[in-house]
Design a protein around this ligand. Structure first.
Ligand code: TEU
Length: 549
């Protein structure tokens, strides 16, 4: 496959810390990833996105980079990474590096120099003020931290050990572009850009009537910076570039990803993953709003298609709970629910991302005790809520449902010690069901979730309508069914998904299947239209074509 052929591609996300430890350590390593390339190639994915493996004090699991040019020794060496790039390339798989340029670790040499004095040449690589404003950190508390020795506050939109960079400084921009060229020249196939739509802050640092996000989200110069990055790094190279966009809008994502604008290839947005945040509050246990989920995904499908943008499609990543627990059923109907969720997502327009373990239907681990959690965001929020007097049971119910650690438990490969993740004691416990839910067991069972993922990946490559068809929602108001079509001139897909655990009858609308067209069943039951009976968590997919074809 042509490396930049992203419309046919499927990306697999690896969280190296929890993927596979070759060395038998607490955390995974690059050598461990190398041992799993044959599995990933069997699955059929085109790219592997590695979350950050650079040198880091690991306060935010690598999203706090202290040296962009070095591999963290816990993951291996630069030689290991070069071997991975080459071995993946031999299998037609590209490596996508995660680049974090909104902030660095406070252990980075630039920040240390910036702290030496107010007139140090690196001072202006970061954002300093005499007084904090009202902006809040996304990990809780004020976004400003006082630096005693120089008597000013620095901005940190995330943890206080993650200092925000000053993109208005042309020297900083040049240093970032140079670093990115270094990685591109190593032969990687793309970049995933962490919170890239937060890099341009309102230079007046004015407050808004919330936590400040409207002053730095999709900020004033962000498109200029990305066009500069394109000119300086991406132009003339075949790279998949995906931007992580926090609290963004469709029109902004069209700008980021429409090829004519020369910014990025595609964007991640998160609105569909806030449908279980009641009143916008993540830290309350709550069921998800199914109608809202459909509404948001439908709006993004149509808006991005019409604007010539391109969506990155995903249910899971290292910051999110497991989708089968979240929007499906992690009890008796786990397998059906996981297959249905995969089918609903992979037949949309965009580039699907599979997060490690999603393809075997991994569940949230359900850790009941705060000592089982490792994530900085989870631990901060726990402290904050306890201090505010919230009952521990209420906090723990929310953490069990929402913590980022739900997605970070080690990958279970087989039924041996620690699920084959490592012979050493893992840095965080495995989900307790690993004897049952592991890669070996899934591959053995032809009806398991992993085989559905494999089929969906293959389908995307063989059917033009999966890549190019226009999306139309047939059931925006139905309480249990998400039905949609994808439409090209003489080919359609009909996708009907039951998001709940009991059977339901669904009557197709008259225009779902054009008169004189026939249907071929790709997945699910064979009931004749227009009255369809869907089993619990069933996904039914028909390919529709005119009779004469
Ligand atoms: O995430 C950005 C982000 O907005 C989410 O972390 C979100 O705010 C968080 O999950 C709250 O639920 C990226 C990375 O994916 C994440 O792992 C990093 O912690 C963060 O940036 C900072 O680099």
């Amino acid at each position: 496959m042509n490396a930049i052929d992203y419309k046919h591609a499927v990306v697999y996300q690896i969280y190296p810390k929890s993927f596979c430890s070759h060395a038998g350590h607490a955390t995974g390593d690059i050598a461990g990833i190398l041992t799993k390339l044959d599995y990933l190639s069997w699955l059929g994915v085109d790219y592997l996105w590695l979350t950050p493996v650079y040198a880091s004090p690991q306060r935010d699991n690598g999203y706090d980079i202290s040296d962009y040019y070095a591999i963290d020794p816990a993951y291996g060496s630069m030689g290991d990474l070069e071997r991975l790039i080459a071995a993946a390339r031999d299998r037609g798989i590209g490596i996508v590096m995660d680049i974090v340029v909104n902030h660095t670790s406070t252990d980075h040499a630039w920040f240390k120099a910036a702290c030496e004095s107010r007139d140090n040449p690196y001072r202006d690589y970061y954002l300093w003020r005499d007084q904090p404003n009202g902006w809040q950190s996304k990990f809780g508390g004020s976004a400003w931290h006082f630096h005693e020795a120089t008597g000013q506050y620095y901005l940190h939109l995330f943890d206080k050990t993650q200092a925000d960079l000053n993109w208005r400084n042309p020297r900083l921009r040049a240093a970032i572009f140079e670093m990115m060229r270094f990685w591109a020249d190593k032969g990687i196939a793309g970049f995933r850009l962490d919170v890239i739509n937060l890099i341009s802050k309102d230079p007046t640092f004015a407050d808004d009537d919330g936590d400040g996000r409207s002053r730095y989200t999709d900020g004033p110069a962000v498109h200029d910076y990305l066009q500069a990055m394109h000119r300086e790094v991406f132009a003339g190279r075949e790279l998949l570039t995906v931007g992580e966009m926090s609290s963004t809008r469709i029109d902004e994502c069209v700008r980021y990803s429409n090829p004519e604008r020369r910014e990025l290839t595609m964007t991640f947005s998160f609105h569909h993953l806030k449908v279980d945040y009641p009143g916008g509050d993540k830290w309350q246990a709550a069921p998800f709003d199914f109608i809202e989920l459909k509404r948001i995904l439908s709006e993004w499908q149509t808006g991005m298609h019409d604007g010539g943008g391109w969506n990155a499609l995903f249910w899971c990543n290292h910051d999110q709970p497991r989708v089968v627990s979240r929007f499906g059923d992690d009890g008796a109907q786990r397998v059906a629910a996981a297959k249905m969720l995969a089918t609903a997502l992979h037949l949309l327009q965009g580039t699907p991302y599979i997060y490690q373990g999603e393809e075997i239907g991994m569940r949230n681990p359900g850790f009941a005790d705060i000592d089982s959690y490792r994530d900085v965001e989870t631990l901060n929020i726990y402290r904050e809520k306890v201090a505010a007097g919230v009952a521990r049971d209420d906090i723990m119910a929310a953490i069990r449902q929402k913590s980022r650690d739900n997605g970070r438990t080690p990958m279970p490969w087989n039924d041996s010690l620690n699920g084959g993740f490592s012979t050493g004691e893992p840095w965080i416990s495995l989900a307790p069901d690993w004897h049952e839910v592991n890669v070996e067991a899934a591959r053995r069972d032809p009806d398991s979730v992993v085989h559905r993922y494999r089929e969906l990946i293959a389908l995307r490559k063989s059917l033009a309508v999966v890549r190019d068809g226009r999306y139309r929602c047939l059931s925006p108001d139905h309480a249990r069914i998400w039905a949609y079509t994808r439409e090209l001139a003489d080919e359609r897909l009909l996708v009907v998904c039951n998001f709940y655990g009991s059977s339901v009858d669904y009557r197709l609308t008259d225009d779902a299947i054009p008169r004189g067209w026939r249907h071929e069943t790709l997945f699910g039951g064979t009931a004749p239209p227009p009255l369809l009976r869907l089993g619990p968590y069933e996904a039914l997919v028909w390919r529709l074509r005119p009779y004469q074809n």
